[in-house]
Design a protein around this ligand. Structure first.
Ligand code: PEP
Ligand code: MN
Length: 338
């Protein structure tokens, strides 16, 4: 249910509405927009529609939220959410670019990559310290040492650090280093992890599960929003289909579809989405043309020697070329690529 407040409502009227919602054992999410303030009421709202909210001072109207995802829905917030983490700005006019290796491997590797991607125009540095690998025998990441190396790269370059957290018990450690917490595709429906990142105030990059529908992605985002963290980015990273010419199938219609239904920004990952370095530039450009608010790209000083995902990873020169192409496309669609 959405309680729409009158323009210029007194704070006391808003407080009264919030208190009444809490008294009904429901959760109020106050969303202050440029034109109106609304209170999205979530929980089992069956009794709330008949609770007389329309009679309270300052209330303009009371409406049901039709979408199953509530706080993520455009119905409650018409303006796009802009996620900001240091220099990284994702959403609105700005297309944020996050680049870096699949895994953190060494100081030289991560600091060198940070310098190169920054010079090419990225504002976020990705790098996995805790890696969710399909095989238990594959490289699992440098863990806390990897986080320290990411912090070193941030100290050198100022880039925002985007790194994955794979388990709820690791959240207190990873938030000490990360500017953005990545929830990986394999964990999109790990609801305890979603709640744990939702209790932080660190922005979250939520990747779509390879077998999840976009509606399930939005409901996963809703767990984070409902726990209190509004800085959520959705990430299309490709889905599993019968098709085998690419590692996953990257459906870019997701981007405008999501924009029509949610205010949350949408990031595209053409590295995992294709699995092939030679397809990344085209699909990054196509993502920008389709309205993506951000890109996350795997970049390594020497992709053939990368300890994970080398086949889909760009070297510095290829990343620089990709940025030039994407910048021109961004300009053509009225956006700026940072
Ligand atoms: C990654 O970003 O390196 C990663 C593991 O991605 P995904 O969760 O999309 O597979
Ligand atoms: Mn990877």
């Amino acid at each position: 249910m959405i309680i729409v407040m009158q323009a210029g409502t007194a704070p006391a009227d808003l407080d009264r509405v919030v208190a009444r919602v809490e008294a009904l054992k429901l959760r109020p999410h106050v969303i202050v927009g440029t034109e109106r303030t609304v209170v999205a009421v979530v929980g089992d709202e069956r009794d709330a529609m008949g609770a007389g909210f329309e009679m309270l001072p300052g209330v303009a109207s009371v409406l049901p939220i039709l979408a199953p995802y509530k706080v993520a829905s455009r119905e409650v917030q018409a303006e796009p959410t802009i996620v900001t983490a240091g220099p990284l700005v994702v959403g609105g006019k700005s297309i944020g670019v996050i680049a870096g290796p699949c895994s953190v491997e060494s100081s030289e590797q991560i600091v060198g990559t940070a310098r190169a991607v920054k010079a090419a125009g990225a504002t976020g540095l990705r790098g996995g310290a805790f890696k969710p690998r399909t095989s238990p025998y594959s490289f699992q990441g440098m863990k806390e040492r990897g986080l320290e190396l990411l912090a070193e790269a941030r100290a050198e370059t100022g880039l925002a650090i985007v790194t994955e957290v794979v388990a709820p018990e690791d959240v207190p450690l990873v938030v000490q280093y990360a500017d953005v917490l990545q929830v990986g595709a394999r964990n999109m429906q790990n609801y305890r992890l979603l709640e744990a990142v939702g209790r932080t105030q660190t922005p979250v990059l939520l990747k779509r599960g390879p077998a999840a529908t976009v509606e399930e992605l939005l409901l996963a985002a809703e767990y984070i929003l409902d726990a209190g963290n509004r800085q959520v980015m959705l990430c299309e990273r490709g889905i599993r289909t019968f098709e085998a010419h690419t590692r996953f199938t990257l459906p870019l219609a997701t981007v405008p579809w999501l924009h029509a239904r949610t205010h949350l920004p949408v990031v595209v990952d053409p590295s995992h989405g294709t699995g092939h370095a030679n397809l990344v530039e085209s699909m990054a450009a196509a993502s920008v043309a389709a309205g993506a608010d951000g890109l996350i790209i795997e970049v390594h000083p020497d992709p053939k020697c990368a300890s994970s995902d080398g086949a889909q990873t760009l070297d510095f020169a290829a990343f620089e070329r990709m940025m030039q192409v994407c910048r021109r496309v961004a300009e053509a669609v009225g956006r700026t690529l940072a």
